[in-house]
Every structure is written in C-alpha cells, then in structure tokens.
Ligand binder design. Structure first.
Ligand SMILES: [Mn+2]
Length: 369
C-alpha cells in the first residue's frame, strides 16, 4: 500500500506538492472541480461543508471539459515534485448533472464523461473517482465539536427537511437561472437504473482507456437525504455496484469513515470482503465516533475504528493501491488543514512501519511495499 494526499483544486501548487512529500506521501489524488467557486459558507482551508443545506459553490463551465493539455501539465508538475498522480476525484456537476437527474442532456453528458475518461487515460492517470449522488454531501454541521475544541463535522439527525432545489445537484449549482422549485424525488430503484445505464456506457470506455472508475459511497449515508434516495449506504450495496458490470475498471473508492458510519455490517468485514476481491482502487481513511444519523468525524487516533486493524487487513490482502487521509478535524494553529493532515499522515506512516516490522519479525516477508 502507498500513502497519498488528496488536494483540492486551489491546492494544486508546488507548495502543496512539497508538503505532501515532506509528510511522507508518494502519491497525490487531485480534485479538479472547484467546490469553493463563489461559495460563501466554505473557508478554503477546510473540507467543503456548505452548512446543513447550503450549496458548496457554483459548478464549472458546461462546455469546457478538462483538456489533455491541462491534465498532462498537472501530472508533469506533480512528477517534478517527486510524486505520482494517482487519481482525479469527482466529476464536475456541470458535465454530468443530467446523467444523475435523467435530464434532457443525459445522452450528451454520457459522451462528456466518456471523453473525460479517454483524456484521463491519455494523460496517464490511472483512476477516476466519482460519487453517483443527487443530494451529495448535506445535512452535517461544522463546529468546535472535536477533541480539544477542534473544528470538526458532525451529523445530528436525519436531513430530509429541505429538498434539493432545481438548478442544483450534488451540493453544487449547475444552473443559476433555474426557476424556483425542487428536484422531483425518485425511488431507489430508479437511482440504480440510472447508475446501471451509466456504468454500461462508460465502463467499456474506461477499459479501453486504462482508467479504473472508483465509486465513493454516500456521505452522509442514510436511505434518503434531502428527499432523494442514496445509492450506497450499507456495506452490501458496494457489491451490487461492482456486479452491474464485472470489470477491473468498475471499482471502489472505499471510504473507511463512511463505511464505519453504516448501521449494518462491520467495517473490518467490509474492507476484508472488497480488498480480497481486488475491488478497491483507493482508500479514504478517517476515523469517526458514532453511526448515522448521529456521529462526529474524529482524529485518526481517537475514533471507534481500529485503524491499525484496517491497515493490517489491507496488507494481508496485498492491497497495492493508495491510501489518502479523508477529512481531518482542524487543529488550532495558523495551518489548520496542514496540521490535521500531518497528524493523520504521521499516524498512518507509523502504523505501516509497525506492521512491516512485525511481519519481518515473524519472517513473513515485507509485503507492505
Ligand atoms: Mn470519503
């Protein structure tokens, strides 16, 4: 397994790449969607949160797909800093809102996504993460609710009071001139039908392009959020997704934190089940206290998840992908994001070293490359 860092769009600079290397990372996962674009509620030194029902920001240009030149430039800059670009995380709602909503541009937007996958492949980036969700991230609150008064994210009860407004999907506004009203609620089966159509269209292109598609579960995961169904909110639902189109390129962005928040199953069995199948493209790692709809995101060393046990399962199943810290609580200092990430990365590096050392002591070889 390899250690990486996830960087938001405004963090794609040499300073952040150097920071990643200094903290012990070999890989980087990048976000190209600018979640913070014109958003008012989101400080840029934290994960985007958008209060309980506010949009994160305004989606990108619907007519401008990420270009091969841009993707190659970013990859070159990352490599110049001594790192490997492992994945692009998340599609821009501007490019695929009608795939999620089954709107009139669905056909054209499926072609958009195919083009994006081809370009990511041509730029030599092996993974594209995505989150097939209408409501996206909503219903959480941010405050000084973590250990020592650290700013962290909590969920405290269901989040169905305010439906998703028209012109918005997955926390972002894709049409600022949309008429008032709400996106119509759909059923779970309709959502799975839309995902099925999407995967059947794009997985063959991903295979041809050498790109693994990696699905993130819903966050927060409830049967519904904002009156819209959620796709993956229990561990067995990952299996349903990967069985739709069996392929190496139809894989998971397995999020340990959200998996631990699920009310059924067990996070260790889930990591075991999907790593044994070789279905994890990369890992989001964080800790948590509680389960939906009442939990808080915690520091890596204090939550309910035994992180060392998770890493040990991944090692035993020869997981060779990248692990990135998901979100971390914000530490009180002039670099709250950096400090939170450094704390998590240091913990994970230490745990990986410990597992290596234990396994060489037992004489079972160093498989923790
Ligand atoms: Mn995650």
């Amino acid at each position: 397994m390899k250690l990486g860092l996830g960087l938001y769009r405004h963090m794609l600079t040499r300073d952040y790449y150097d920071f990643a290397r200094q903290a012990g990372c070999t890989h980087v996962v990048i976000h190209l969607v600018d979640y913070f674009n014109q958003g008012t509620a989101n400080p840029r030194n934290n994960q985007p949160t958008g209060a309980r029902y506010e949009a994160w920001g305004v989606a990108g240009d619907p007519d401008e797909l990420w270009s091969i030149e841009e993707l190659r430039r970013i990859r070159r800059e990352i490599e110049a800093a001594g790192l490997v670009l492992e994945a692009v995380e998340n599609l821009d709602p501007a490019h695929w809102h009608d795939i999620l909503l089954d709107g009139p541009k669905c056909r054209q937007q499926i072609e958009n996504v195919k083009m994006i996958i081809r370009r990511i492949g041509e730029a030599g980036i092996p993974v594209l993460g995505y989150n097939f969700s209408l409501a996206g991230v909503a219903g959480r609150l941010t405050g000084r609710l973590g250990r020592g008064g650290a700013i962290t994210v909590v969920m405290d009860g269901p989040a169905d009071e305010v439906p998703v407004p028209k012109g918005m999907v997955w926390n972002m506004i894709y049409d600022q001139n949309s008429p008032p009203g709400s996106q119509p609620s759909i059923s779970h089966e309709e959502l799975w039908r839309r995902l099925e159509r999407f995967l059947q269209e794009v997985v063959p292109v991903a295979e041809q392009s050498g790109v693994r598609l990696a699905a993130h579960p819903d966050d927060p995961l409830m049967p519904t959020i904002r009156c819209q169904p959620r796709l993956i909110y229990q561990p067995h639902m990952y299996q349903r997704l990967i069985d739709i189109v069996p392929s190496h390129c139809n894989a998971l962005e397995l999020c340990v934190g959200t998996t631990a928040e699920m009310t059924e199953g067990d996070v260790y069995d889930t990591v075991e089940r999907y790593s044994r199948q070789g279905k994890i493209a990369y890992i989001h790692l964080r800790n948590v206290i509680g389960k939906v709809p009442h939990y808080r995101e915690a520091f890596i060393d204090e939550g309910e998840v035994d992180i060392v046990r998770i890493l040990s399962i991944l090692k035993r199943n020869n997981f060779d992908g990248v692990i990135i810290p998901d979100h971390t609580p914000q530490m009180s200092c002039s670099g709250p994001w950096h400090a939170g990430m450094t704390h998590t990365l240091g913990f994970v590096l230490g745990a990986i070293e410990m597992l290596k050392s234990l396994s060489s002591e037992r004489g079972d070889g160093n498989v923790c490359g």
